[in-house]
Design a protein. Structure first.
Ligand SMILES: NC(=O)c1ccc[n+]([C@@H]2O[C@H](COP(=O)([O-])OP(=O)(O)OC[C@H]3O[C@@H](n4cnc5c(N)ncnc54)[C@H](O)[C@@H]3O)[C@@H](O)[C@H]2O)c1
Length: 255
């Protein structure tokens, strides 16, 4: 297999499980070094131990809501694996707030995780990318950026914002040969989706599968394949775009 990410150092936020963990595995398989920042220390350390690549992996516990945590993590990552060549803003969470009772603190906290953090992380890796005249940023958005679902307030606002941030940043850094893309997964088998099915009646899972043109939802590895492409030189003229990986769900009309 061609090693598309040989010589790279990719940062994956929230890389301890789910889609982030699949991107970490794929980047390693493609020859890259990988650094992970995640709030879940125990899960993160157990995951990186399972990868069996201690020289090519760096992990630090950190909360992407906070610039100081990101800067500390970035210093440690660069000290171990050199300048960052690729960033995947993956960490995120669901929001199921009520638009009337949601507090400003809850709003700000949610938007910090699902939107602001992508800028904070980009801010620390961009100087080295600008100096190298090379780099790729992938923002993990969602199909909710285009069409959403009742009960998810204000998840769609954060994910649409992330796609807007992608466009805006792509235009700012394009002249430095840095590419910025969004990747919008549809339903993917991870903790977030398991949590959703657990909250709903058992027939909900079948209902969801039935509306999918392919009759199934994604595995995290299928999302990671697209991320690896966007991070690699094969995507050298791809920037400012939003890549939907939703098994055709977004192409479907109701009925
Ligand atoms: N699973 C899906 O169906 C789906 C669909 C579309 C988009 N997404 C997006 O994909 C991304 C990954 O989702 P997932 O399903 O793998 O979720 P997940 O909950 O399995 O994993 C998210 C990871 O992010 C970490 N994280 C959360 N908040 C953090 C914080 N403040 N600081 C540092 N780390 C933090 C978690 O500890 C966890 O390891 C999210 O941005 C999510 O919105 C998921």
């Amino acid at each position: 297999m061609t090693k598309r990410l040989e010589g790279h150092h990719i940062v994956v936020t929230g890389g301890s499980r789910g889609i982030g963990a699949a991107i970490v595995e794929k980047a390693l398989a493609e020859g890259s070094g990988v650094s992970i920042i995640d709030v879940e220390e125990e899960a993160g350390r157990a995951f990186i131990a399972s990868l069996n690549a201690p020289d090519r992996v760096y992990f630090a516990r950190g909360d992407i809501r906070f610039a100081d945590d990101i800067e500390d993590f970035h210093r440690g990552a660069v000290a171990k694996l050199g300048p960052v060549t690729g960033l995947v803003n993956n960490a995120g969470r669901n929001s199921n707030a009520d638009p009337v009772t949601m507090t400003e603190v809850q709003w700000d906290e949610f938007m910090s995780v699902d939107l602001k953090s992508a800028w904070l992380c980009a801010r620390v890796v961009l100087p080295a990318m600008i100096a190298a005249r090379k780099g790729a940023i992938v923002n993990i958005a969602s199909v909710h950026a285009d069409h959403t679902f009742p009960g998810y307030f204000p998840y769609a606002a954060a994910k649409s914002g992330l796609v807007g941030l992608t466009r805006s940043l792509a235009l700012e850094v394009g002249r430095h040969q840095i590419r910025v893309n969004a990747l919008s997964p549809g339903w993917t088998e991870t903790f977030l989706v398991a949590e959703y099915f657990a909250r709903n009646p058992p027939e909900m899972r079948q209902k969801v599968l039935d509306v999918h043109p392919m009759g199934r939802i994604a595995s995290p590895a299928e999302i990671a394949n697209c991320a690896a492409f966007l991070l690699s030189d094969e995507a050298s003229f791809v920037t400012g775009a939003n890549w939907r990986v939703d098994g055709g769900l977004g192409a479907r009309f109701a009925g």
